[in-house]
Design a protein around this ligand. Structure first.
Ligand SMILES: [Zn+2]
Ligand SMILES: [Zn+2]
Length: 233
């Protein structure tokens, strides 16, 4: 058993993050594309204004767009091993650089032109959905089980945490979390939460996760146990 790099909880064998912190990473990767779409809308009204009003005779100048939004949605460079994030890194550059950083640690089995099998680091990450915010988030989600086994997992958590808080600060949208009635099947704490728009329920204390069907079954079992227990008169 190893300790989580970020807190006092234990991490699963061979991993560097506890279930709570790795769950946060997964949730953030699901949230980032939605936050980016909201930011796109900040730019869209300006674009519409530029088309001009009917009968006005001339186009109106676009509404001023927050430069921070343009920077976040624009192209650029980011170095995961570089100095601390100054909050200026564009989303797609930050995600792509982290994917590249993880891919470089990933042993890739290849055959050279003589047919000899070699194991070497992946040269680069290639998201199947393209090098977009959504594509990189899907890639990083798929590689999370591997990333959790690397010491860099804590830095990835910090970088994505900064990014998500920056996005929430601009959009003023934060996913709502609802407490669930049944206690956690793992640690028995009354700390199960469901996040808006997600199909999993997570324990805020131990990080245990269950899907909606598993939760319904668990809740029904808890109810049956209560009904079977003799009631004090
Ligand atoms: Zn932790
Ligand atoms: Zn729990």
């Amino acid at each position: 058993m190893t300790a989580c790099t970020l807190c006092a909880r234990t991490a699963p064998d061979g991993e560097h993050l506890c279930l709570v912190h790795s769950g946060e990473l997964r949730d953030w990767l699901a949230e980032i594309p939605a936050q980016a779409r909201l930011l796109q809308e900040f730019i869209a009204p300006g674009a519409r204004a530029a088309e001009g009003r009917p009968g006005s005779g001339r186009a109106h100048s676009p509404a001023p767009v927050d430069l921070r939004v343009l920077t976040l949605l624009g192209p650029g460079r980011y170095d995961p091993a570089g100095p601390d994030d100054d909050g200026q890194a564009p989303i797609v550059a930050l995600l792509g650089a982290w994917a590249g950083h993880i891919a470089y640690q990933y042993p890739s089995a290849t055959r050279d032109r003589h047919g000899v099998q070699r194991t070497q680091p992946c040269e680069q990450a290639r998201p199947t959905e393209g090098e977009t915010i959504t594509g990189w988030c899907a890639w990083l989600t798929a590689y999370l089980p591997y990333a959790r086994t690397l010491p860099l997992a804590a830095d990835l958590h910090r970088a994505l945490g900064h990014l998500v808080h920056r996005l929430r600060g601009l959009t003023h949208v934060e996913p709502r979390r609802y407490p669930m009635a049944a206690p956690c099947p793992q640690c028995e704490a009354c700390a199960l939460l469901r996040t808006d728009g997600q199909n999993t329920i997570t324990c805020a204390v131990c990080g245990h996760q269950l899907d909606l069907t598993a939760y319904d079954e668990h809740q029904a079992a808890v109810l049956r146990a209560h009904q079977a227990a003799p009631t004090a008169v």
